[in-house]
Ligand binder design. Structure first.
Ligand SMILES: Nc1ncnc2c1ncn2[C@@H]1O[C@H](COP(=O)(O)OP(=O)(O)OP(=O)(O)O)[C@@H](O)[C@H]1O
Length: 227
């Protein structure tokens, strides 16, 4: 696997590092389904250069929280700020790259076609090429393989290549270590570390059984919903 090269320089999200607002802030955020609370109200913030580990048992609401932050579900109450400004789902879409449980890939397209399609849709980080990203995640040589022929771990690696190419500063990573071998777990941690060093931030859900990124982290623990 290739070493992680520096990516395109990120524009600072804030004017002053000493008084910078958090990259992401949630104020009184809650979600309910059929009037049954799933989580919240939650108050938390994530600074540029920081990771927030979202821990909780099965069913505690970790995925739901990330989907609300990504704008895929509507919050029951509360507000979300990006870089100190209220951000509705449209604005959040530009700032957020979401890595979900299921790979957001087109099974009948090749590895290369998937990345070209996603870069066309969301843009990509300056000076990063698809070839670089495939090398980093260990998929060089798989360019023409249809995604349906990839293993679960290879699909996860392809999703990581897409994440690496994304220009979004805020990564929402739902169980990013799932389906990966030990080397893949280290890859995720190195990607998160590099992203944070460049001024990005990451929310990472985990049951706690996996390795956590070796970076400045805070924790948000969600109450149990029961397995
Ligand atoms: N589409 C859905 N329709 C109805 N209920 C749902 C739906 N998705 C999740 N839930 C419920 O919402 C609650 C929170 O689920 P969520 O997937 O956010 O938990 P989680 O903490 O990510 O769990 P896990 O660790 O098992 O992935 C659970 O009680 C779950 O049953």
């Amino acid at each position: 696997m290739s070493p992680l090269p520096p990516r395109g320089t990120r524009q600072p999200m804030t004017a002053s590092p000493t008084h910078a607002p958090p990259l992401l802030a949630a104020r009184g955020l809650s979600f309910a389904r059929n009037e049954q609370p799933v989580f919240g109200p939650l108050h938390f913030a994530v600074d540029a250069g920081e990771a927030l580990l979202v821990r909780g048992d099965n069913g505690a609401g970790k995925t739901t929280l990330l989907r609300v932050l990504a704008g895929l579900l509507g919050a029951e109450t509360g507000a979300i700020d990006i870089d100190g400004k209220p951000a509705h789902s449209r604005e959040r879409g530009h700032a957020i790259a979401y890595l979900g449980h299921l790979p957001a890939l087109k099974a009948d397209l090749s590895v290369l076609q998937n990345l070209e399609f996603l870069c066309g849709l969301h843009g990509h980080r300056p000076r990063q090429t698809i070839a670089d990203a495939l090398g980093i995640v260990g998929l060089a040589g798989f360019e023409d393989a249809p995604v349906r022929q990839l293993s679960a771990g290879q699909k996860k690696r392809l999703s990581l290549a897409r994440l690496w190419l994304s220009p979004a500063p805020l990564w929402l990573l739902d169980e990013p270590y799932a389906n990966l071998d030990l080397e893949g777990i280290h890859l995720v941690n190195r990607m998160i570390s590099a992203h944070l060093q460049e001024g990005g931030a990451a929310l990472v859900t985990t049951h706690g059984a996996y390795a956590a990124p070796p970076v400045r982290t805070r924790e948000l623990v969600l109450g149990g919903g029961g397995a």
